[in-house]
Design a protein. Structure first.
Length: 190
């Protein structure tokens, strides 16, 4: 009975930490894309990330383009999440292995989040292109800076915008060539 309770508690802890890590990744993407802070979803993400980030902002200066406090908080939380999983399995991992694995998992989560945002934008552009719902507005403001950079490489041809496909291929290559070797290296150090 005790191991069932321990497993359930670990699952709840992992779920809560993973959810908060996703909120911080979205916060980082909001800052990176300079999305609208007055959007209700943006405000929710900012308020939810404030308890961890506010103390870090006092200790670590915010760069103009690099959100160092957010990155440190993300690495620390992912480190804690991975460490708790290994310790619950009674495995004592190395610090460097967990750190590299944490960074790899965060890059992987960020890429998957961007892919989800791009895919959602593509679907919404087919269904409700002229809808001005605040969620759709935020989705467009978060993806447009990335797509704008991709459009400089491939201009819009006819009625088809190839930039989401180019960005998707680039992100999948990053997953294969950067993230997966990083994850494998982190696991090998554990």
């Amino acid at each position: 009975m005790g191991s069932y309770l321990n497993d359930a508690a670990l699952d709840l802890f992992d779920f809560a930490l993973s959810t908060y890590i996703l909120i911080l990744v979205l916060y980082l993407l909001l800052r990176f894309t300079r999305s609208d802070n007055r959007n209700p979803i943006s405000q929710l993400i900012i308020k939810a990330s404030r308890p961890i980030l506010s103390p870090l902002y006092l200790l670590i200066p915010i760069g103009r383009s690099i959100q160092l406090p957010s990155i440190i908080a993300l690495i620390a939380l992912e480190f804690l999440r991975i460490l708790s999983i290994y310790l619950s399995a009674e495995i004592s991992p190395s610090f460097s292995g967990v750190l590299i694995l944490s960074i790899g998992k965060l890059v992987q989560l960020t890429i998957y989040t961007i892919i989800f945002l791009l895919f959602s934008r593509s679907i919404i552009s087919w269904i409700a292109n002229n809808n001005h719902h605040f969620a759709i507005t935020l989705l467009y403001s978060m993806t447009e800076p990335m797509l704008r950079r991709a459009r400089t490489l491939i201009p819009i041809g006819g009625f088809i915008d190839w930039s989401p496909i180019l960005l998707f291929v680039f992100l999948m290559l990053c997953l294969r060539l950067i993230v997966q070797p990083l994850l494998d290296f982190g696991i090998s150090l554990i």
